[in-house]
Design a protein around this ligand. Structure first.
Ligand SMILES: NC(=O)c1ccc[n+]([C@@H]2O[C@H](COP(=O)([O-])OP(=O)(O)OC[C@H]3O[C@@H](n4cnc5c(N)ncnc54)[C@H](OP(=O)(O)O)[C@@H]3O)[C@@H](O)[C@H]2O)c1
Length: 243
């Protein structure tokens, strides 16, 4: 076990943007904790291709599983230097038609993200007196989006958490930032009907959706070289929206 190597925990790292973040942070020399909920084989595939990585499981909607994740990290890695809160969940429906269960399913991941962040701070970063927390929010938390009242509420809240936590931790060498992707080619967006996809691309000045690696690049920079950026939302969206 390489206890001295810095450890990055990436949630939802079996797929899409999370997998790209795991790869980008591994390139920066981190040992990677590849977290998954249901994508076990994909998470193993991601970890197997990295020089120093292991998988960890938890449904962030279940507090006991988050407790278990922290205990496992303590045992297997002994430290967490970077936390990338990438896991997210979405259900689309016009608000009058949306069920309370839909709202709860979306909000439960935000609750789990808050709880995981609190525990990573208490058990690791505050003791280590260093850390980087990067929250993956979304452009739609700023612009709004039809059919996404619950998702946009959660994502706007995540950026607010970034700002509050950065202020709480000011004076300690723990920096907290958000990366807000625009529309990125992942499983979350692959089922979009063609006409919706075309409508989205027409609103992107760069004329295309982004790649997960383009988001991961911003995450890697915030996790390593950025030393005077704190409480910020970095927009990665091909020019759709600048904040
Ligand atoms: N793609 C876009 O255009 C876009 C734009 C803006 C923001 N984002 C945000 O970027 C992040 C990554 O999304 P993606 O596009 O890469 O889509 P994705 O492949 O669907 O990734 C979502 C990830 O969240 C994890 N997850 C969902 N519910 C969870 C739960 N209850 N507990 C633990 N993990 C859970 C999933 O893990 P399992 O698969 O293991 O269940 C999955 O790896 C999300 O926060 C998303 O909101 C995406």
């Amino acid at each position: 076990m390489s206890d001295e190597k810095k450890v990055a925990l990436v949630t939802g790292a079996g797929t899409g943007i999370g997998a790209a973040c795991a790869r980008a942070l591994a390139e920066e020399g981190f040992r990677i904790a590849v977290h998954y909920r249901s994508s076990e084989s994909k998470a193993r595939e991601v970890a197997d291709k990295l020089p120093d990585a292991f998988t960890v499981h938890a449904d962030l909607a279940v507090a006991e599983e988050v407790d278990g994740l922290i205990a496992e990290l303590k045992e297997r890695a002994g430290r967490v230097d970077v936390l990338v809160n990438n896991a997210g969940y979405n259900r689309n429906a016009p608000m009058p038609a949306m069920k309370l269960d839909d709202y709860d399913a979306v909000a439960a991941v935000a609750r789990g993200t808050w709880y995981l962040t609190k525990l990573v701070l208490r058990r690791f970063m505050l003791r280590q007196k260093s850390g980087r927390i990067i929250n993956i929010s979304s452009v739609v938390g700023h612009t709004g989006n039809r059919g996404q009242s619950a998702y946009t509420m959660v994502k706007a809240g995540l950026d607010a958490m970034t700002k509050s936590l950065a202020q709480e931790l000011a004076g300690r060498p723990i920096l907290v930032n958000s990366v807000a992707p625009g529309f990125i080619e992942t499983e979350m967006t692959e089922d979009l009907p063609d006409e919706i996809r075309e409508g989205i691309v027409a609103r992107i000045p760069q004329g295309r959706m982004g790649a997960p690696e383009e988001v991961a690049d911003a995450v890697a920079w915030l996790a390593t070289r950025a030393s005077y950026v704190n409480g910020c939302v970095l927009h990665v969206n091909g020019g759709m929206y600048g904040g």
